[in-house]
Ligand binder design. Structure first.
Ligand SMILES: Cc1cc2nc3c(=O)[nH]c(=O)nc-3n(C[C@H](O)[C@H](O)[C@H](O)COP(=O)(O)OP(=O)(O)OC[C@H]3O[C@@H](n4cnc5c(N)ncnc54)[C@H](O)[C@@H]3O)c2cc1C
Length: 375
């Protein structure tokens, strides 16, 4: 799934979060014998709300920055700007960042930032025997990475019109590398990485059908259908997809990095000059949206997303994404909660939850849940 595919369906059914006027959503989506007969309804009510969070995706229209530059006697490696796909991409770009940092041949390495990029880069370098210190303002569970939904599907991290064919080619390798590195974590106790049934539902078949990020072979049981779709949508893309629960995954990875020798220092950098006072000669920048001001990257902007966590429902093991007016509406099941979202507002910096939006999301998901009622 890419951003364009998702958005192809968006806008054609505007209303309360895009659901009220969608054509073709029949309540007869489920009948006995249907492939969704064992799908349980999500309990999208105000009583089931645990909390609502807002995060800022670090979007960079030209795609993530992954390179090395010299500043005086310091080697600076950049690994930031992963938009809405950072959890998915993490092992891939961090693998390259770690390679670039290790080429400088200095034992002591500073990693700036302790979101998914900082932690994976630190772990890879600590495992190679480097003395790694993670410097960050916030650590899990207080980073943007902790807020992510987080479906393994690298998407929404570049503007296709602005990236070169070289970027796309390298990105494919990065995605495949990232996927491979997630595999050992699947079902490992305490890491929250698991397969589930994923449904992308659209109001019409996409005009262009591209391979999924990294190649279709990364998505087991991938299929498209124009009938017998979840909630009666006219078009469905189904697959088995990986989910990552950041609440479990990030603290576990951070602990692994510490066990491999990485140490943590809490600090807020206010400028590049401040960063350059660090004792380490090699610095890996994983500050996400922080790079906009710290490194003067004016191309970056936030894409704000609001998620609400509902009481967990162990009986729900499927997910869905449907088009909506502000991005899309999605539901992902976790052990500790049901996550509903997911707005995408370009350039919005506020991280204060919008209560009306929460209410609208609950209404939208409740309407979808109603479609599961057997008729
Ligand atoms: C609502 C939402 C849903 C998402 N869903 C998905 C998904 O389904 N799948 C997916 O793959 N991705 C998803 N993402 C995207 C993903 O969360 C990001 O791409 C990823 O978290 C970026 O990681 P990062 O490590 O670069 O940045 P962050 O997690 O933001 O970490 C940045 C680190 O840098 C530190 N820092 C920044 N500035 C300074 C400073 N001045 N001084 C000191 N420290 C500083 C911070 O404290 C933090 O430790 C989602 C994001 C949001 C908001």
């Amino acid at each position: 799934m890419n951003r364009r595919e998702l958005l192809q369906g968006a806008g054609s059914c505007l209303g309360l979060l895009g659901l009220t006027s969608c054509a073709g959503l029949s309540t007869a989506a489920l009948r006995s014998g249907s492939r969704y007969a064992d799908y349980q309804q999500v309990n999208a009510t105000a009583d089931s709300v645990l909390n609502t969070v807002v995060g800022l995706r670090p979007f960079r229209p030209a795609g993530y920055r992954l390179d090395k530059e010299m500043m005086g006697d310091k080697t600076l490696v950049h690994n930031y700007g992963h938009g809405g796909g950072g959890i998915s991409l993490s092992w891939g770009t961090s693998h390259i960042a770690a390679e670039l940092a290790s080429q400088a041949k200095h034992k002591d390495i500073a990693i700036l930032g302790s979101g998914v990029m900082g932690i994976t880069t630190a772990l890879l370098l600590a495992q190679k025997g480097f003395n790694v210190t993670l410097y960050a303002d916030s650590f899990p569970p207080n980073t943007t990475s902790d807020i992510a939904a987080a479906l393994w599907l690298p998407s929404s991290y570049f503007d296709r019109k602005l990236v070169s064919s070289e970027f796309i080619k390298q990105d494919r390798q990065i995605i495949r590398q990232a996927f491979k590195r997630f595999l050992p974590y699947i079902n490992r106790p305490g890491y929250g990485v698991y397969w589930h049934n994923y449904h992308l539902l659209l109001n019409q078949q996409p005009k262009v059908s591209r391979a999924l990020p990294g190649g279709d072979d990364l998505y087991p049981d991938l299929s498209s259908s124009t009938q017998d779709n979840l909630f009666g949508y006219p078009y469905q893309r189904f697959m088995r997809a990986l989910m990552i629960d950041p609440m479990l995954y990030l603290p576990s990875l951070l602990r692994d990095a510490q066990m491999a020798g990485a140490s943590l220092t809490q600090v807020r950098f206010d400028s590049l000059a401040h960063i350059l006072t660090l004792k380490e000669r090699v610095i890996v920048n994983c500050t996400g949206l922080g790079s906009k001001t710290l490194f003067g990257d004016d191309s970056m902007y936030p894409v704000q997303g609001q998620l609400t966590h509902l009481m967990p429902q162990p009986e729900v093991s499927y997910s869905y994404v449907v088009p909506a007016a502000e991005g899309w509406l999605y539901m992902f099941p976790r052990k500790g909660s049901i996550v509903i979202g997911g707005t995408a507002v370009k350039g919005a910096y506020s991280t204060i939850p919008n209560t009306q939006l929460t209410q609208d999301m609950l209404t939208g998901h409740a309407r979808l849940a109603d479609k599961l009622v057997l008729k």
